[in-house]
Ligand binder design. Structure first.
Ligand code: SF4
Ligand code: SF4
Length: 303
């Protein structure tokens, strides 16, 4: 059987995921679970169901069609019994208002290449290409590597947007077929990394050093979040780490925190615990710029 992977979005005309106009493919599944993740549907590698209560008109078509008797309409909206639900998606298909939507469709290499071909003229005119994102695209080598190989054969620029959490062996496979990495760094302090992402950053820092040693182009992206990584100590730790890399990043992009993902958590039936998290102030960003400049490092907000 042809290998396939769950993908939760394919975004054409993307302009913030690498050079030029890009097609960004979002793979489902991530080894981290960052407290602020703005794509909560990216964390689980499985198909999921979104429910938007305010769109629900109580038509009950979903209840009638469900082969597993997994749905119940209550005064709090539709409730799914996940011990019965098989995520078949029939309820989403019949919902007239799209109050139910499925997240995650399986794609094969051929299906993805078909999408790529449709956008190719935009890459050629803008110096763009294809970005593999997620979630964590390196969790899907069975399809991501052949896809990167195919893109390489066609001369299409390849970017991989990664949390950096993978084995060196797997990273190496990706390095061989990638033109540019967007490498996320959340926080250098080990304890804080475990507290806010659920995992140690030891592997991530080792992989960043390894990537840099190979001379592959990469951009570092730092989600800047008050309550997580905006102390002077955090800024010095970031700057020292980056300053010690053998081959320096092409850019260091700062992505200021926002909470627009709140609604997505609700739709997935989970809660968004953002207590203590907020956007960085202008003073935080100025302080970071000042500390980074002591190491001759420049930061760009956005990217
Ligand atoms: S690494 Fe990215 S996709 Fe994974 S949980 Fe963190 S923010 Fe979400
Ligand atoms: S996804 Fe399928 S099994 Fe689950 S509630 Fe909808 S119709 Fe029922």
């Amino acid at each position: 059987m042809e290998p396939s992977s769950y993908i939760f979005d394919i975004k054409p005309y993307a302009i913030n995921d690498g050079p030029g106009i890009r097609l960004t493919i979002f793979f489902k599944g991530c080894p981290l679970s960052c407290k602020w993740c703005h794509n909560p549907e990216s964390i689980s590698p499985k198909k999921q169901k979104f429910y938007t209560e305010k769109k629900c008109i109580g038509a009950k078509k979903c209840i009638e069609i469900c082969p597993n008797d997994a749905l119940k309409l209550t005064s709090n909206g539709l409730i799914t019994d996940y011990s019965k639900c098989k995520l078949c998606g029939l309820c989403a298909d019949v919902c007239p208002t799209k109050a139910i939507e499925m997240s995650g469709n399986k794609y094969t290499l051929n299906e993805l290449m078909h999408k790529v071909e449709k956008e190719r003229m935009f890459f050629e005119s803008s110096g763009g290409g294809v970005t593999l994102s997620g979630g964590e695209p390196m969790m899907h080598p069975q399809i991501a590597i052949p896809l990167l190989e195919e893109l390489g054969k066609k001369g299409i620029h390849r970017t991989v947007d990664t949390s950096g959490y993978t084995s060196i062996t797997n990273l190496n496979k990706f390095i061989n077929h990638t033109d540019l990495f967007l490498f996320d760094l959340k926080v250098v302090d080990q304890k804080k990394h475990i507290e806010f992402t659920g995992k140690s950053n030891k592997k991530i820092i080792e992989n960043l050093n390894y990537l840099s040693d190979t001379g592959t182009d990469y951009i570092i992206r730092i989600p800047l979040i008050k309550g997580v990584n905006t102390s002077e100590k955090d800024f010095y730790q970031f700057a020292e780490l980056i300053n010690n890399l053998t081959y320096k990043p092409k850019e260091i992009n700062i992505l200021p925190y926002h909470d627009i993902a709140k609604m997505k958590y609700k739709k997935l039936g989970s809660s968004y615990d953002d207590e203590g998290l907020s956007a960085p102030t202008e003073d935080d960003i100025s302080k970071m710029e000042e500390i980074f400049s002591q190491f001759n490092l420049e930061i760009t907000v956005g990217g």
